[in-house]
Design a protein. Structure first.
Length: 269
């Protein structure tokens, strides 16, 4: 992800939805293990969705599928990218990835290294074991780059190109709420998951940011109370949301009920 005044620092890259029906994804990376499709974006999703043998909770609002499928060696990884809108404007994008096997330690370390970035607004380390068991979460930002690029990750680029082609207005910056979990060598249940939320810190129904772009730098944030409060709310929401993600992605919890209060993130319509 691009951050104001900083070199490329991906919040969603290097991290671990469910295959659906639709057209093959255009511009997909050339790899015969990739099976990516662009589902009917008018499909409305609320509450929870099945994902990699689990039940993934959705934050408040109506979500729509943008890109889904399998990728990586042997199609090991599953990905699901969803979008949420309000009055036609994007309020959130969710990028969920999972694998049912333990990932190589260097892959896990590359992903969780973002939790230790001092440019993050907030970071939470839940587990950091030498055998690969890692769990962390952080709040950061991502700036929209040239041609609508918000990440160096090819799959995220495909999703955002689709949203742009369909004419969805998007802000120039998103607040990133990210959670990463990977099993360790001694864990009985193997698997890795990462769920990234890109939340629009904008005035309702518009792409107008709560603060001009330069003020989203960590050091300048306190100068604009509305932006500072949005970050604080995001961190509080993510801290409450993580236990639900952990529960849902560690085991199949079936028809989980998510309270409306818990599901309501700061950019929810």
């Amino acid at each position: 992800m691009q951050r104001p005044g900083a070199p490329s620092a991906s919040s969603a890259d290097n991290q671990p939805a469910a295959p659906g029906s639709g057209a093959p994804a255009p511009d997909a990376p050339v790899d015969n293990t990739n099976r990516l499709i662009t589902p009917d974006i008018t499909t409305a999703l609320t509450g929870t969705i099945p994902f990699g043998g689990h039940t993934l909770p959705l934050p408040a609002g109506v979500w729509h599928p943008v890109l889904t499928g399998q990728f990586g060696p042997g199609g090991l990884m599953l990905i699901n990218i969803l979008v949420r809108t309000d009055r036609g404007v994007v309020t959130g994008v969710m990028i969920a990835r999972t694998a049912t096997e333990q990932l190589p330690l260097d892959v896990v370390q590359a992903a969780t290294s973002h939790c230790h970035d001092d440019r993050n607004y907030a970071s939470h380390i839940y587990s950091d074991r030498p055998d690969g068991r890692n769990e962390c979460a952080f709040v950061a930002n991502a700036v929209m780059g040239p041609n609508g690029a918000i990440s160096s990750d090819e799959l995220i680029q495909i999703a955002f190109k689709r949203l742009s082609a369909l004419g969805f207005p998007m802000p120039s910056l998103f607040v990133v709420a990210n959670w990463i979990l990977s099993s360790g060598a001694t864990d009985a249940t193997k698997g890795s998951s990462a769920v990234t939320y890109l939340l629009a810190p904008t005035k309702p129904g518009t792409v107008q940011l709560l603060a001009p772009l330069p003020y989203w730098d960590k050091a300048a944030l306190a100068q604009v109370p509305a932006a500072d409060e949005f970050i604080r709310k995001t961190d509080r929401w993510l801290s409450r949301w993580v236990p639900l993600l952990r529960q849902s992605m560690m085991r199949d919890v079936g028809n989980m009920a998510v309270s409306p209060d818990l599901a309501r993130d700061p950019s929810a319509p």
